[in-house]
Design a protein around this ligand. Structure first.
Ligand SMILES: Cc1cc2nc3c(=O)[nH]c(=O)nc-3n(C[C@H](O)[C@H](O)[C@H](O)COP(=O)(O)O)c2cc1C
Length: 234
């Protein structure tokens, strides 16, 4: 009887240790910061060539993206100007330099070389990523976007999210318009950099706000405004 009890105790202790290891490894990987390679200035297509090539693209190959490519994409979307004198200056304009937008990167399995699947927050000040989740949520994200299946097939997607208060605190209701104007700047930057890199993208606005919030695990203060799947063109 005593032997049975100690065996059971041993089983419980082992289970506790195993669960603790799993919990803490998930926590550590979730908080990991990943520095991105320095973005490149110059080279590639001219602005007029990129503008002339730009089109919405919805058919992607599963080809893996390189870390250099995602670095260039994120910097072009919302990075810090490399020769900025003040800390506020970024690659797109913002009303009163309030910068209400955040960018989440959704990575599928084998989506980016050397970066696991999951959800990442772009940290523009340090040009780095912070891992938020280690799950491939592309299928759920596509469902949240009213079943637009190319979101499931693209190796990655960017979600542009707004913290309205950052701008409305200064400008009241008018600030809402300002926030929406800024999404336009970021999405056009993304279209152009994708053309420069030979990649395709499309701005997706048709989705359920609450479903996207759930899939991305967004805090209450962030509202999704656009999803942009990105990948090599098929
Ligand atoms: C605010 C906005 C929302 C959009 N939402 C979607 C969308 O949910 N799904 C989609 O496939 N395309 C979407 N588009 C892309 C448009 O369909 C596309 O820009 C338009 O057909 C013109 O084609 P072009 O971009 O190739 O010139 C959206 C575009 C804008 C500006």
């Amino acid at each position: 009887m005593l032997n049975k009890i100690s065996k059971f105790k041993f089983f419980l202790i082992s289970l506790y240790i195993l669960l603790s290891i799993l919990y803490f490894s998930e926590e550590v990987s979730a908080q990991m910061k990943i520095e991105l390679p320095k973005p490149r200035i110059g080279g590639g297509l001219s602005l007029s060539e990129a503008l002339n090539k730009r089109e919405s693209w919805r058919n992607f190959t599963p080809q893996v993206l390189k870390l250099e490519e995602i670095s260039q994409i994120l910097w072009s979307a919302g990075g810090k100007r490399l020769d900025a004198i003040s800390g506020a200056t970024r690659v797109y304009p913002s009303a009163g330099a309030t910068y209400p937008l955040e960018i989440y990167l959704v990575v599928g399995k084998n989506g980016i070389e050397g970066l696991g699947e999951g959800i990442y927050l772009y940290l523009w000040q340090g040009h780095a990523l912070e891992k938020i989740s280690a799950r491939d949520v592309r299928k759920n994200l596509a469902n949240a976007c009213l079943g637009q299946s190319f979101i499931r097939e693209a190796p990655i997607s960017l979600a542009i999210l707004a913290e309205y208060e950052k701008t409305t605190l200064h400008y009241g209701q008018r600030g809402i318009q300002y926030v929406h104007m800024e999404v336009g700047s970021i999405s056009q930057n993304l279209h152009l950099v994708c053309e420069e890199l030979g990649l395709g993208t499309v701005i997706v606005g048709a989705f359920s706000d609450s479903a996207v919030k759930r899939v991305l695990g967004l805090p209450d203060n962030l509202t999704p405004l656009a999803i942009m799947p990105i990948g090599y063109k098929r």
